[in-house]
Every structure is written in C-alpha cells, then in structure tokens.
Design a protein around this ligand. Structure first.
Ligand code: ADP
Ligand code: MG
Length: 257
C-alpha cells in the first residue's frame, strides 16, 4: 500500500519508507513525553475536551503517524508535542523537563531548538524569497545575516531547491512550497519534525516527493518524524500509528474490528 510507484534516486522503495527501511535507526532517548495529557478549551463558557488522557512518547529516531477523524484532537496533540501550547492536565516533558516548570521564553527556546513544524498550507511568508523564509527561525537564534543565509542555502539544497533561492512562494509549485517549509523546519537542526497533514494540499506526485523527503531525513539523520494524516497509505509508511477518537487514543485491537 502506498509504496512509491516509481523508482526514486538514492534507494529502493523499501528504504524510502519513513522509518521502515532496513537501516532504520534505533529509537534513542525521548524527545517529548506526553503522559496522560488532556486539553480542555473553554469557548463562550462551553468546555471542549479536545484531548483526554493521551499517552505518547516520541524518541529520537521514531516515526509516528497520528490518525483519526476530523475533530478527534490530532492537531491539538501535535501542538502540544511541539510546545506550541500547554496541556490542561497530565504531564508534558521535553528532554525530560516538565513544561509546567518552564516560562514562556524557556518554552519558546525549547520549540526553537527541538522542534520543526510543517503545515498543510505551508505557512510561508508570501512576499519573501525562499531563502529568507528558510532563514527566519535563525533570526531568533541571534545569528548574523551571512550565517543565516549560508545555513538556509544548505537547507534548501538538502530539499533539492538550491536553484529556487530567490523565488517567492507564489512563484513555486505546491510541492516546492512544502519543500521550502521543510527546509525552514530543518534549518535549526531539530531532533523532531512535526507535520500536520503535510500532503493534504498536494497532488499525489508532489505528496510522494514530500514523503520521500521526510523518509530520507528520518533514515539518514535520525530525525524523529510525527505526521498527522487522514491517509492510511501515508500512515502505513511510518514506523507506528496512533489513532485518536474524541480526544482519546484508540487501542490497536479495537481498530481491527
Ligand atoms: P483534528 O486536528 O483532529 O481535526 P483538532 O485538534 O483541531 O482536531 O480539534 C479537536 C477539538 O477541539 C475539536 O472539537 C475542535 O473544535 C476543538 N478545538 C480545537 N482548537 C480549539 C480552540 N482553539 N478553541 C476551542 N476549541 C478548539
Ligand atoms: Mg487538524
């Protein structure tokens, strides 16, 4: 299911699985631990329990698919795993440190150091050239212009876009825009990439390229990859799958019924 349909340069189809290849790195120490986390939103006095007691540990070298119907809490979980938000219950740890003990600035620093985000709609700055979009996370690291550019060019090269440095998002295809977004996520050398339906807005060929790229980053650099997807074919290419329903994790045995 959903193996690449054409031979890709650099390896056979099996080795391009995200985390499924024979040379698959062993999972390392935990990057993020969500232990019994819950998230309750309050909107106009109404409580929405978006997550309810979810357990998920992502280790270095892991590759995980998060599945589930719309509204089941997938994006909320990804936001917690990336330190965009804090849980309202349970424990969330980055590198073994509980986020409840971190200030906003410390949490932002964890985010910048540990996590790279990739979104369905790319979220690039529209009037900004690719190279500047990719260099942006490095501004928060206080790196000088020359060093930012050098690293951004490297990152764009690693996603096959060294020839598109000055292109603005509107001058790029959807697949290319997503690869720019992946380069931006990579430029800080994160331990973990979090991708929310990264192929949702792409045609199947571009989606395939993006998945192959994520697979390569996982296999070659040991980056942990967590992908939210509706697509069972995409999920099948990741090392393991978790499924949410109404904010709760569905045990594997119930999935087969
Ligand atoms: P998914 O990504 O699986 O579609 P979400 O994580 O986006 O689901 O949302 C889970 C539930 O939480 C939904 O019922 C959604 O309406 C609700 N929700 C998400 N974000 C907010 C928010 N900022 N405020 C209030 N409710 C929210
Ligand atoms: Mg979502």
């Amino acid at each position: 299911m959903a193996q690449p349909t054409t031979a890709q340069p650099g390896g056979d189809a099996e080795s391009l699985r995200v985390g499924g290849g024979p040379g698959r790195p062993e999972p390392g120490p935990p990057v993020v631990e969500a232990l019994g986390v819950s998230k309750v939103y309050r909107l106009d006095g109404v409580e929405v329990r978006a997550l309810d007691g979810v357990e998920l540990v992502v280790a270095r070298g892991d590759s995980v698919a998060i599945m589930g119907p719309s509204g089941s809490g997938k994006s909320t979980l990804l936001g917690l795993l990336g330190g965009l938000d804090r849980p309202t219950g349970g424990t969330l740890r980055f590198d073994g440190r509980d986020v409840t003990g971190l200030s906003e600035d410390e949490l932002a620093a964890v985010r910048n150091r540990v996590v790279g985000f990739v979104f369905q709609n790319f979220q690039l700055l529209a009037r900004t050239p690719a190279v500047a979009n990719v260099g942006l996370p490095l501004v928060y690291r206080g790196l000088g212009r020359g060093e930012r550019r050098r690293r951004a060019v490297d990152a764009l090269q690693s996603v096959g876009l060294a020839h598109r440095l000055q292109h603005r998002p509107s001058q790029l295809s959807g697949g290319e825009q997503q690869r720019v977004a992946i380069a931006r996520a990579l430029v800080t050398e994160p331990a973990m990439l979090l991708a929310d339906e990264p192929t949702g807005n792409l045609d199947s060929r571009s989606g395939e390229e993006v998945l192959n790229l994520l697979g390569r980053l996982h296999d070659e650099r040991g980056v942990a990859v967590v992908v939210v997807t509706h697509d069972p074919g995409v999920a099948a290419r990741l090392g393991r799958r978790v499924t949410l329903r109404d904010g709760r994790m569905v045990p594997e045995r119930e999935l087969t019924r």
